[in-house]
Design a protein around this ligand. Structure first.
Ligand code: PGA
Length: 251
């Protein structure tokens, strides 16, 4: 049985003060939530403050990106060690916005995944097709390349610490959710690729989240699909009641 994981990706939102307020509101309901892994991913500037708020709870903190390098002359970058110092446990890597706007490619994303695992951080590797890919019938082709390249050189034993987020780019922030059947189909496909890469046990262990306009009212149906093990939530994670509603849908 895979434990569900619901992560809030706050993107470039929330000042420190606003982040503390949101984390506190979430903490009231979810501090002791042990049935679902809850992860809050604030912007870098608010990580310390959010870590302090949730320090004695079961709520985890994640970051939205990370450098592939250990230290040195990499202006603007943040290392795994720096994140761990702030009690970060999860790190979102290869989000479609990073791929699209900052030209991150599978090669660099893979380096980050491997680095995160080496530093005992849990990567949330994002994959997903653009609308044009889906319309051209290329969804599987695109997702397969992202999974195989992104997880290159990751040993089977690491898959219990790894999360894959399937986020169809056309569903992110658009209000268009993939139907539960569309999402389930791709999730099962991804699990099959993992099985082919590193074997059935790792494929059964890896958690695959859905992301893209997940809300309290569509979460239950998505989360009840056999291969959907959680959600990566953008817009709805900025509001405590919506985020809590999604976590509760996963119970
Ligand atoms: P959304 O974003 O929930 O606002 O669609 C999801 C994501 O980008 O992780």
């Amino acid at each position: 049985m895979r434990k569900k994981i619901i992560a809030g990706n706050w993107k470039m939102n929330k000042t420190v003060e606003e982040a503390v307020e949101l984390a506190n509101a979430i903490k009231i309901s979810l501090a002791d939530c042990s049935e679902v892994d809850v992860v809050l991913c604030p912007p870098f500037t608010a990580i310390k403050a959010v870590s302090d708020v949730v320090s004695e709870t079961l709520i985890n903190v994640g970051s939205q990106n990370m450098s592939s390098e250990d230290a040195g002359a990499y202006t603007g970058e943040i290392s795994a060690t720096m994140l761990k110092e702030l009690f970060v446990r999860y790190v979102i890597l290869g989000h479609s916005e990073r791929r699209q706007y900052y030209k991150e490619n599978d090669f660099w994303i893979n380096k980050k995944v491997v680095k995160a695992l080496a530093k005992n951080l849990r990567p949330i590797l994002c994959v997903g097709e653009m609308l044009a890919d889906r319309e051209a019938g290329n969804t599987e082709k695109v997702v397969e390349v992202q999974v195989r390249e992104g997880l290159k050189d990751v040993p089977a034993s690491a898959y219990t610490d790894l999360v894959i987020a399937y986020e169809p780019v056309w569903a992110i922030g658009t209000g268009k959710t993939a139907t539960s059947a569309q999402a389930q189909e791709v999730h099962a496909f991804i699990r099959g690729i993992v099985a082919d890469m590193v074997g059935k046990d790792a494929a059964n262990a890896v958690r695959i989240q859905y992301g893209g306009s997940m809300k309290p009212d569509n979460a239950k149906e998505l989360l009840s699909q056999p291969d959907i093990d959680g959600g990566l939530i953008g817009g709805a994670a900025l509001d405590a009641a919506s985020f809590i509603g999604i976590v509760k849908a996963g119970l």
